[in-house]
Design a protein around this ligand. Structure first.
Ligand code: FA5
Ligand code: MG
Length: 447
């Protein structure tokens, strides 16, 4: 039956991260279930698929040009919006992407100026935290690897020498083996509105060279992953080739610190899977990071997404599993095909509700101080109650009443454990709690 438990659990007065204590305040929105993931360092655990994946990618970005680093969990000043960020308190948030480290590494490159080659780069890996969707490829704690590569430009009036810089980068491009995989890339490198040239700082020729180098470097990384995955598949099934050919595409994107920008997607298990974002680094960032005479590219990839492709791991929740049936399948330096040990029945439950009158999604909070509706708040409530017992949450219906102008949403929640079969009672119990918290915390009216 309906749960009568109070929807708001007792809020702690302090939060502990990596052994340090931080005072909570009204901004605090990081639950203990998120903090419990801090410090696992899965990417350093040699037999874990994330560590194996990390090493494989790092081998694509070799020393001495690249330094490969990792970062412990660290706190940052708020950058992104509150709806997708876990706040510790008003002043501090859990990092939402590895790009938070860009400036520090660029400054490092400047400090090492005398000892490093003309072309220089780094990769850095870290755990990142986001209030986000719930499905097989999204998790609130995940790992990103960020990479950047920079070339020296003539320091006086670089634009006057941009042809030389372009030629240098193009020469480096020739060092990256070509490949014959057809990659969909329908858009021009530079688009005046959607993907503008930083005309004050770069010539179109330089940007073409940087973009081509970037794309070929990352395509080669994906092809390497795919080749290793295919070999593992062939070894496990005894067939020669993987039946699903590699399909990859470049999609225009926007990031505050690159222009032009792209995302790379791979077709996997019937859907396009976004694996990374990248672009030509904004020169203003390089200038403010003490490397004004360099030009280059940067990317940020989702390590779990790559590991899913590499090992054929169907659900992102598995990476956190302590189940031996999962962990025992991986061995340092060895690419294998994951054999699912179970698929328990799905338990779908829908919840439909009217938004409070003033809280149209994405709307302003001007009217009566009502909080605008954001889907991530629904996700967070479901995550808070179901945790890893929820596989997927999808918006299946949405409409605005023609007379009252009120908005209705319907979400379908799939309750499914990775480890066991849930009883209908358990699922009902969780669903009842979700329903009452939606009312209590978001002020919605159930339908
Ligand atoms: C970024 O985070 C940018 N900082 C990437 C970047 C770096 C762009 C440097 C330009 C230059 P985005 O939000 O798209 O971009 O995330 C990057 C990747 O992280 C995604 O492509 C995806 O592979 C992964 N990712 C994002 N959210 C999740 C999530 N909730 N769970 C698992 N992986 C995720
Ligand atoms: Mg993205």
């Amino acid at each position: 039956g309906m749960s009568t438990a109070s929807p708001t659990s007792q809020k702690p007065s302090n939060l502990t991260i990596e052994g340090k204590s931080y005072p909570a305040d009204q901004w605090t929105n990081t639950p203990e279930t998120i903090l419990s993931h801090v410090g696992r360092r899965l990417y350093l655990d040699d037999n874990h698929p994330l560590a194996i994946t990390r090493q494989l990618i790092e081998s694509q970005f070799p020393t001495p040009i690249f330094g490969n680093y990792s970062e412990k969990t660290r706190l940052y000043h708020p950058g992104r919006s509150r709806t997708d960020t876990y706040y510790i308190n008003e002043k501090t948030v859990l990092r939402t992407h590895t790009s938070a480290h860009q400036q520090a590494y660029f400054q490092q490159i400047n400090r090492n100026e005398q000892t490093r080659p003309e072309e220089v780069g780094y990769t850095v890996i870290a755990d990142v935290f986001r209030r986000d969707a719930i499905d097989r490829s999204h998790y609130p704690v995940f790992h990103q690897m960020e990479g950047a590569m920079l070339w020296k430009r003539p320091s006086k009036d670089p634009l006057a020498h941009s042809a030389d810089t372009a030629a240098k980068i193009t020469a480096d491009l020739e060092k990256i083996p070509r490949h014959d995989v057809v990659v969909e890339d329908p858009n021009p490198t530079i688009h005046p509105q959607r993907n503008p040239l930083q005309a004050e700082h770069h010539s179109a020729e330089e940007v073409e060279a940087v973009a081509t180098h970037l794309k070929r470097s990352l395509e080669r990384m994906v092809i390497r992953i795919f080749t290793e995955a295919s070999k593992a598949a062939a070894a496990s099934t005894g067939t020669e080739v993987d039946p699903e050919p590699l399909k990859v595409r470049w999609v225009e994107a926007y990031f505050p610190f690159t222009s032009p920008s792209w995302e790379l997607e791979v077709f996997w298990q019937g859907d396009w899977l976004e694996i990374l974002g990248c672009g030509v680094i904004k020169q203003d960032l390089l200038i403010s990071s003490d490397v004004p005479d360099r030009i280059g590219w940067a990317f940020g990839l989702g390590l779990e997404r790559i590991a899913m492709l590499l090992f054929n791991i169907p659900d992102i929740r598995l990476f956190w599993s302590r189940d031996e049936r999962f962990l025992s399948q991986f061995r340092a330096g060895h690419i294998s095909r994951f054999e699912p040990f179970s698929k328990h029945p799905a338990c779908y439950k829908d919840v439909a509700f009217w938004l409070p009158p003033a809280a149209v999604s994405g709307g302003s909070s001007a009217a009566g101080g009502a909080v605008p509706f954001h889907e991530n708040d629904v996700m967070e409530i479901v995550r808070g109650i179901g945790g890893d017992l929820v596989e997927d949450v999808a918006l299946i219906d949405e409409f605005t009443h023609p007379k009252t102008a009120r908005k209705s949403m319907c979400y379908r929640i799939n309750y499914r454990s990775l480890e066991r079969t849930l009883t209908n009672e358990e699922a009902n119990d969780m669903h009842d709690k979700v329903r009452s918290r939606l009312v209590g915390e978001l002020g919605v009216q159930l339908r």
